[in-house]
Design a protein around this ligand. Sequence first.
Ligand code: FE2
Ligand code: FE2
Length: 143
Amino acid sequence: MSHSLPPIPRVPVEFMNRVHDEEAEMLAQLQQQIQAVREGEQTLDSLDPLVDELLQHMIEHFEREERLMEQINFPPYPVHKSAHDEVLDATREVVASWKKQPDADLLESFFLQQLPPWLEQHISTMDFVTARFLASSGIELPD
Ligand SMILES: [Fe+2]
Ligand SMILES: [Fe+2]
């Protein structure tokens, strides 16, 4: 079964959009690779590097936003950070159980069913408000 991933909402800071698009692209790759595993074209183990990359990408994505929020003393920082922490904890748990017992269904259920709507919702609310604040703060933003 394949799912279409929801579109990623735009925010008023370009580098944030780029990071979000990279993550969406990795999720689309995961979707293709899971499909390839099910069709016997690829081994289950071969998904491992992409799973690692996704977790690492999420860690860096969230850290970068958090550093910038700290830099501008953004008042909702703790709320935004705890949303990141919560989804990262869930992701780490899924990755840990994937390492113990590789399972394409588990990856699909988390990365393709639960995470995309979470990202869509998070980006259109917390990231959007943060980006607007960052854009008007006058600090230098990454490319
Ligand atoms: Fe973000
Ligand atoms: Fe965020």
